[in-house]
Every structure is written in structure tokens, then in C-alpha cells.
Design a protein around this ligand. Structure first.
Ligand code: SF4
Ligand code: MG
Length: 323
């Protein structure tokens, strides 16, 4: 399998400033050393609770943030060190679909001009060619071609998300970061949008990083899954392995909270309740990031940080006890 995206020790720290001199007094370690690969044509799920850094990680993968540290290869080119001109050339190939399409659809622009905007910026297509392209994009996302002259507010949340997807597809990207693309939608239309994403992935050979807090959804759409906690990946595996035999105590806790459909099985399941809150990424614990909440922590966990190691074939775990 060919690797499309490769993150090595990717860090995004945001400085904290104080006082009128704006002196830096610390930093928020939103993303703190990610290592993973995304293969061509696959969907890597990125899961974790809100605030764990997954959205920041997603944006970092497109270099929408400068990396504090690390290397980020896109087809073997380190985009973390590209100058603005070279970055601009590679940009069209990497796109993003947002949780709230509302926020990224300019209410004063027609659907047609919203979808055509990336074409205006990055191509020399004629007006006629652009019009045709926009129509084919509307086809691709299952919307009526006549919608080009209408405005975002005339549409439902699901349809607005389709407009956002059409826009993301305008430049024929290879890689799309989907950041909670259905979290803001009615349950009744979530499945439609997920099916659309899977359908266009297959037709256009897309590679996805699919960010979500919803483990059931990720199980449905992802090939492999990475679990994030406090800026780090604690477990990464093929989805079958991750859901069947989770090795990290945090993954186990997250999965134990997902109800299973069979009520008899559900009644017998053990639910792991985590104590306390997620610590601040401005002041993460020493040793293992999870040690303040881990039900099986040992002394070593409070002094030594566990590395993400390959335990079984393709199953990576960052835990001293997972051996
Ligand atoms: Fe828990 Fe220790 Fe494993 Fe961290 S390293 S998850 S604290 S057992
Ligand atoms: Mg988020």
C-alpha cells in the first residue's frame, strides 16, 4: 500500500502570552508528537473526546497551522518546510470538510460562486468551463444543477454540507480532512452524508482523515482508527483489532461507553467510568498523559512516558502495561 501522508513527531503548540508586554509564559500543547501514516485510498479515523487536539491535528495535516516541530510528508514531500509558493501549488490536492458548513459558506454568495471560488483562485478555466465544472460537482454530490443561482440559507443543513463537499471537490483533491462532517446534522440525514462521502471516495480515489468523537460512526466508515488523548495518539490499529481487542486503557474506556445493540449483552457489559477531568494541555501530567485518570496506572506511569509501539502487526499502543 502506498503512503500518501506521513506524520513524524508532529507538534502544534500555541504560545500563551501574558501582560502588556505579551511575555510568553507557557504553551498549549494541542498536538504533541503525532506519528502515523495514511495510505492512498484509505480512511483513517481519528477519535477522541472534545479538546483532545483532533481538530488541530486535522488542520495541521493540511498545514493550516505552522508545525512547532516535526515532519509532514505528502507523497514524500515534507510540506512542513515548503515555502508559501510551493505550498500554494500543492494546496489544491488537500482539502477540508468542516463540521459546520454554515460557517464556511458566505451567505451573500450564490451556491455556484461558492463552489467556483477555488476554481477562480487556482485555475485558469474560462467562465463557461467553470460553469460546467460547477454543474458536474452538483451532480457528484446529488444536488440539482438549477441550484447554482440560489443562496446557502435556502437549504437545509444536509444540503449545505453537500455544497461544502462540492466546494472541497472542485480542485480534484487527493486527500480530504473531514472534521466531524456530520456532527451538526440531524440523525436522519447523517447516514446520507456518510454514504455520499463513501461514494465519492470510491469514485474519485480519495484518501480521508475522518475526525469524529463518535466511535460507532468511525467504525462504519474507517479502515484504521487512531485514538487521541491530550494531544497524543494512544492507540492506532486496523478497525477490526481496535474494536475487538482494544489494548490501551483509554480505548477500552471509550469503547465500554458505546452501547451494543443486543440488550442482553449490553446488560452484562462492564462500563469503565473514568475519574476526573482531562488535564489542561497547557500543563499535561508527567510520564504518561493518561496517568491521572488511568484505572490501572502504576508508579512507572508517573515518571516515564510510554512510546507508541507496534504490539501486534499493525496495532500500535502507547502504554507500559500493553505487552
Ligand atoms: Fe495507564 Fe500507565 Fe498505560 Fe498510561 S502507561 S495508559 S497510565 S497503564
Ligand atoms: Mg473539534
Amino acid at each position: 500500500d502506498q503512503v500518501l501522508v506521513k506524520a513524524q513527531n508532529v507538534k502544534v503548540h500555541f504560545p500563551i502570552h501574558k501582560g502588556i508586554l505579551r511575555r510568553q509564559v507557557g504553551s498549549v500543547k494541542a498536538v504533541d508528537g503525532l506519528n502515523f501514516e495514511i495510505r492512498k485510498g484509505e480512511t483513517l479515523g481519528l477519535v477522541g473526546e472534545s479538546g483532545c487536539g483532533k481538530s488541530t491535528a486535522g488542520r495541521a495535516m493540511l498545514r493550516l497551522y505552522e508545525l512547532t516541530e516535526g515532519q509532514l510528508d505528502f507523497e514524500g514531500v515534507d510540506i512542513a518546510s515548503l515555502d508559501p509558493k510551493a505550498l500554494r501549488e500543492i494546496r489544491p490536492r488537500m482539502q477540508m470538510i468542516f463540521q459546520d458548513p454554515q460557517a464556511c459558506l458566505n451567505p451573500r454568495m450564490t451556491v455556484g460562486s461558492i463552489i467556483a471560488e477555488p476554481l477562480d483562485e487556482h485555475t485558469n478555466l474560462s467562465t463557461e468551463e467553470k460553469r460546467e465544472k460547477v454543474k458536474s460537482l452538483l451532480d457528484a454530490v446529488g444536488m440539482n444543477r438549477d441550484f447554482v443561482n440560489r443562496y446557502p440559507h435556502e437549504f437545509s443543513g444536509g444540503q449545505r454540507q453537500r455544497i461544502g463537499i462540492a466546494r472541497a471537490l472542485a480542485l480534484d483533491p487527493d486527500f480530504i480532512v473531514c472534521d466531524e462532517p456530520i456532527a451538526a446534522l440531524d440523525v436522519s440525514i447523517q447516514a446520507q452524508v456518510v454514504n455520499l462521502l463513501q461514494d465519492i471516495q470510491e469514485r474519485m480515489g480519495l484518501t480521508y482523515l475522518f475526525i469524529s468523537h463518535d466511535l460507532s460512526m468511525v467504525r462504519h466508515i474507517a479502515d484504521r482508527v487512531a485514538v487521541m488523548y491530550l494531544g497524543k495518539i494512544v492507540e492506532l490499529a486496523d478497525k477490526r483489532d481496535l474494536y475487538k481487542t482494544p489494548k490501551h486503557p483509554y480505548t477500552q474506556a471509550l469503547l465500554s461507553a458505546v452501547p451494543v445493540p443486543n440488550p442482553e449483552v449490553e446488560a452484562k457489559r462492564e462500563h469503565i467510568v473514568l475519574q476526573g477531568d482531562v488535564p489542561s494541555p497547557a500543563n499535561p501530567p508527567k510520564g504518561c498523559n493518561f496517568c491521572t485518570r488511568c484505572p490501572v496506572a502504576i508508579d512507572r506511569c508517573r515518571v516515564e512516558e510510554p512510546e507508541l509501539r507496534e504490539l501486534n502487526k499493525g496495532q500500535f499502543v502507547a502504554c507500559h502495561l500493553a505487552e
